[in-house]
Design a protein around this ligand. Structure first.
Ligand code: 5CA
Length: 464
């Protein structure tokens, strides 16, 4: 993309309404624009990151054996009356009437709707286990929408629902979700810690929230420092291997880590003092096992091998897709702007032409642009007439992890500059070497064991 042809409405001034850094930077980088309190338009740059995040979520869910679909945003109140949640959900639910006076609602979550789909089509244990999920907009009329996309009223969520014949099988689904979520967040450059939590209006006994440590987070958390050292890295994971999944879950859930809702002072104090940590944190996901809470009232039952009819065991599992943009920025920025992890960056590499209109510099930039594009990468080329300082400031603000700077002086010596946004370090390389280096950084196998690599260059659409 050439910047002269793009729509990137960056703001020079700090917007007064933004209280936290991610909100401020998303507005300044021209990623979002508020439409109403807690409701945002996703401008091109923000939309691009949102799609990248969605794509990672899809890849990891599909890899775990979960099946994508799409349910509508508007739901019938009658379904929610069956589960008893229509009255219970309270003011957070946006209630709407259609022209016939029928009660509808803008879905805050989809347990009822998915159970309705299940009961219409599945009746035997032979069709289980089954996990269906979608990524869809939700609406919760939050009392205090704030911090931009972090606590929105309209927000994008991945919500998945498992259907299993018994408790043991449902627990395997729980483990699959925990592991696939760990992978998902890691690929986004985040350390998200699973913590035993409270189930709130979704219900159930077993639930973990995934929390990203950040001073601006809305949750208060207590944890053993050891848990922050854990990583999946490039471990090969077999989602059919229940013992392997359980072992990974044990690894992450053994060190003490809880939100304030479930915090146990005595257990926490039993840790050596040097290991005890408290922090603020952002909740980027939550998994639940709630058994037959929805299947019983909604009559979603299956026939077992013995011919007995039993209500299906369920859980639901959510990732705050739009909230993740805020969480990633909270975890990765400096005083100049955003620093995107490679896995979610809107463009792979910036190209800054220090002297637009100089025939040699223009030609070198075009060549680099074409070479990056040819290896499947998306560069953002600042081909405007802005002065160099302004171009650097914009690139730093929007946070592309790599920048190639091209100017007549360097070209005389046959070099361009490759700069890391994260470290600020620059190296002088020939244009060909610079392109090669960037291509290597994004190569599908870079740092990943075969079978665990991101499916670079292929969006989930091509392999659904
Ligand atoms: N049905 C279950 C799981 S599918 C559910 O709704 N879970 S939830 O309430 O925990 O939401 C899932 C995730 O959505 C949360 O972990 C959080 O990251 C995100 N989320 C929840 N409320 C908001 C909000 N108001 N704005 C942005 N993201 C939100």
């Amino acid at each position: 993309m050439r910047l002269s042809r793009y729509f990137l409405p960056v703001l020079k001034e700090n917007p007064a309404e933004a209280q936290i850094v991610s909100h401020r930077l998303m507005l300044r980088a021209g990623m979002i624009k508020q439409a109403q309190a807690g409701i945002y338009s996703w401008l091109p740059l923000g939309f691009k990151v949102l799609r990248k995040i969605e794509n990672i979520v899809h890849e990891e869910q599909i890899r775990a054996g979960h099946i994508p679909m799409l349910m509508p945003t508007l739901q019938s109140a009658d379904l929610w009356r069956e589960s008893g949640r229509y009255d219970d959900y309270g003011e957070e639910m946006l209630r709407i009437k259609d022209r016939h006076g029928r009660d509808m609602l803008y879905g805050p979550t989809n347990e009822e709707m998915i159970t309705d789909i299940f009961r219409a089509h599945v009746g035997s244990y032979k069709d289980l286990p089954l996990t269906l999920y979608h990524i869809q907009w939700k609406f919760r009329d939050e009392v205090r929408p704030r911090f931009g996309v972090m606590r929105g009223r309209e927000f994008l969520m991945k919500d998945g629902y498992n259907f299993d014949v018994d408790y043991e099988s449902a627990m395997r689904a729980y483990d699959r979700h925990m592991v696939s979520y760990l992978r998902t967040y890691e690929r986004m450059g985040l350390k998200a810690i699973p913590m035993r939590a409270d189930s709130g209006p979704i219900g159930g006994d077993d639930t973990h929230e995934f929390l990203v440590l950040a001073d601006t987070g809305e949750s208060e958390v207590f944890y053993d420092a050891a848990i922050t050292d854990l990583t999946l890295g490039d471990r090969a994971i077999n989602y059919d291997d229940a013992a392997q999944l359980r072992a990974i879950c044990d690894e992450w859930t053994t060190p003490y880590a809880r939100t304030d809702e479930t915090h146990d002072e005595a257990k926490f104090n039993a840790l050596p003092e040097a290991s005890r940590r408290t922090s603020r944190a952002i909740e980027v996901g939550q998994i639940f096992y709630f058994g037959t809470k929805y299947s019983e009232p909604l009559n979603a039952a299956v026939q077992t091998a013995d011919g007995e009819k039993v209500p299906v065991h369920m859980g639901s599992h959510g990732i705050g897709v739009s909230r993740l943009l805020g969480a990633i920025i909270e975890a990765s920025h400096d005083d100049k702007g955003i620093i995107w992890p490679e896995g979610v960056t809107p463009f792979h590499c910036g190209i800054v032409n220090l002297k637009q209109g100089d025939a040699e510099a223009d030609a070198a930039c075009d060549k680099i642009y074409a070479a990056l594009t040819a290896v499947g990468l998306e560069p953002l080329y600042d081909d405007t007439n802005e002065r160099a300082g302004g171009k650097f400031a914009t690139m730093d603000l929007i946070g592309l992890p790599w920048r190639i700077t091209v100017g007549p002086r360097g070209l005389k010596n046959g070099v361009v500059e490759l700069t890391s946004r994260r470290t600020g370090e620059s190296v002088e390389l020939s244009p060909e070497e610079a392109v090669k280096k960037v291509a290597e950084i994004y190569a599908p196998h870079h740092g990943h064991a075969p079978g665990t690599e991101p499916m670079a260059g292929r969006s989930f659409h091509t392999w659904l």
